[in-house]
Structures are given as C-alpha cells and as structure tokens.
Design a protein around this ligand. Structure first.
Ligand SMILES: Cc1cc2nc3c(=O)[nH]c(=O)nc-3n(C[C@H](O)[C@H](O)[C@H](O)COP(=O)(O)O)c2cc1C
Length: 262
C-alpha cells in the first residue's frame, strides 16, 4: 500500500482529544501549516463560508474558559482557534455588488441568510476545523474541540466582535503532546453505526450488545443517581444545564438567519 495513505490512516487511528499541553507556544511555521490545511478543506461552492479567529489574547482565553462551561484547560492552551460559520462576508459583498437592486430589476427577492445557509456554513466551518485537527496531529500537536462555544451567544458576540450572520460553531484548543499519548478511546461497534442502503433502528437486543462494555464499567454510585448508561448519559449530556443553555443560545443566534426580505 502507498506509504502516504498508511501514515495518514495511522495518524487518524492514533488521534485522541488532548486536554493538557506542553507549556510551549506553537511555532509560527506550524501555525501557518495548520491554517493552510484548514483553508484547503472542501468548501460548499468554493465560497469559504467560514472564518477562523486565532485567539491570542490571554484575557480572552481566560474568559472563554469560563463562558465555555468552565473548562480551565482552555486558558492554558497554547493555541485556541474559533471556527465561525460565516455568511456575513458574502452578504457584505452582495450589498457592495448591488445584488439587492439587481434582484429587484429581475422581479426577485434578496433575502437574509436562512437556515439552509446556516447549516451549509456550519458544514464548511467544521470541515475546515477537522483539517486543522489532522494537520496539527501530523505535527505532534494534539487538540480538543470545545462545543460549548455555541453557548452564551451574546457574550461571545461581544468578546469576539461577531456580527449577526456569523456563528461560532466550534472551537479547538491545540498544544504539543506533553509526553505519553493517551490511549485512543473506544468507539461503538461498526455494525451499530454503519448501515447499507437505508437507516435501521436498533432492537433492544442490539442496544444491550452495543452498551455491554460500558454497562460492565458503569458506576452505580454516580452523582446523578442514574441506574444505567442511558439515564447517566441523559443527565450528564443531553438533558444537562449546558445543553439547555446551548439550545437557548443557538435559537437566539438563528433569529438572524431567517431568510427575511431585505
Ligand atoms: C463537537 C464536539 C464538541 C466537543 N466539546 C468538548 C468540550 O467542550 N470539552 C471537552 O473536553 N471535549 C470536547 N469534545 C471532545 C470529545 O469529548 C471527544 O472527542 C470524545 O470524548 C472522544 O474522545 P477522543 O476524541 O479522544 O476519541 C468535543 C468533541 C466534539 C466533536
């Protein structure tokens, strides 16, 4: 097999989310390669519907470590990148290009970004982010996504001066591996995740098999009083306070992505 392919797959197999970093800055050459790789990612219509904010200001990192559900390692990360879904840049250009007048001449509407563009721009931003993650990994730099950047939209808009038609869909912290790599974390078996030709809902027996490993390690003394993995995961993730804040924040952000006649 082609050795380039093999080493790329090896890299993907080895990657883990890294939350403590060697206390040295990312070299400018490495930062340059990470950003270049992000920008080589596929992008819908080659429109590059995203922007990347390199957060350098330690005070902003500190603030993000609080607003992103109190995760202190964010403040210590040598590199923090925020990936924005971004339709603002194109709309600014559309306005400059007289698109509104052009559309009116043709008897057509000119509308603000809608839910479709929101998701498309999110796709662009996330794909760019993952290119950055893999490029970093190849340079010995570990990373960790922070989904909580989608919370507290009002605070994040102010902190990063985000206009309405941008949305911070992901943040990632980066830093060199401090020594030994953590072991790759387990995944569900492929048969529960990958289907042929059509979606298939899982049976009770399949769920039992899917969670057999984690149920065996389940802690009955967990802080939620949950009696199984389903109850514990709901309490810790899907139904948790941070998830409610995320829903509120995304709903608020989406108010501006309404496809309204301009
Ligand atoms: C969209 C997304 C959001 C995440 N948010 C956080 C986060 O806020 N804090 C954190 O420590 N890890 C976060 N992670 C990392 C996941 O917890 C991690 O990917 C998962 O536990 C699997 O571990 P692995 O990446 O080492 O395989 C996030 C990952 C993704 C993809």
């Amino acid at each position: 097999m082609d050795s380039t392919v093999t080493s790329t797959i090896d890299l993907i197999r080895r990657r883990v989310s890294l939350r403590n970093y060697a206390p040295r800055p990312i070299t400018p050459e490495h930062l340059d390669l990470i950003l270049e790789s992000a920008m080589r990612a596929p992008t819908a219509g080659n429109m590059m519907l995203y922007s990347i904010i390199v957060v350098e200001d330690p005070a902003k990192k500190q603030a993000l470590s609080v607003t992103c559900d109190h995760q202190p390692f964010i403040a210590k990360a040598p590199l923090v990148l925020v990936f924005l879904a971004d339709m603002q840049r194109w709309y600014d250009y559309y306005q400059l290009s007289g698109v509104k007048e052009f559309r009116r001449e043709q008897g057509e509407d000119f509308t603000s970004p809608d839910e479709g563009s929101f998701l498309l721009a999110c796709c662009d931003a996330l794909i760019a982010a993952q290119n950055a993650v893999i490029a970093a990994e190849s340079l010995g730099i570990g990373s960790c996504y922070i989904g909580d950047i989608m919370e507290n939209i009002e605070t994040h808009r102010e902190l990063l001066q985000l206009p309405d038609w941008t949305f911070p869909v992901a943040m990632a912290c980066f830093g060199y591996y401090p020594g030994e790599r953590p072991q790759p974390r387990p995944r569900f078996d492929r048969r529960f995740i990958v289907f042929t030709d059509a979606y298939r809902r899982l049976s009770e027996g399949e769920f039992a098999e899917m969670f057999a490993g984690s149920e065996a390690k389940f802690n009955p003394g967990n802080r939620f009083g949950a009696r199984n993995i389903g109850q514990e995961t709901y309490a810790r993730k899907t139904g948790a306070e941070f998830a409610r804040e995320m829903a509120r924040s995304v709903r608020k952000a989406l108010e501006a992505w309404n496809g309204k006649k301009l």
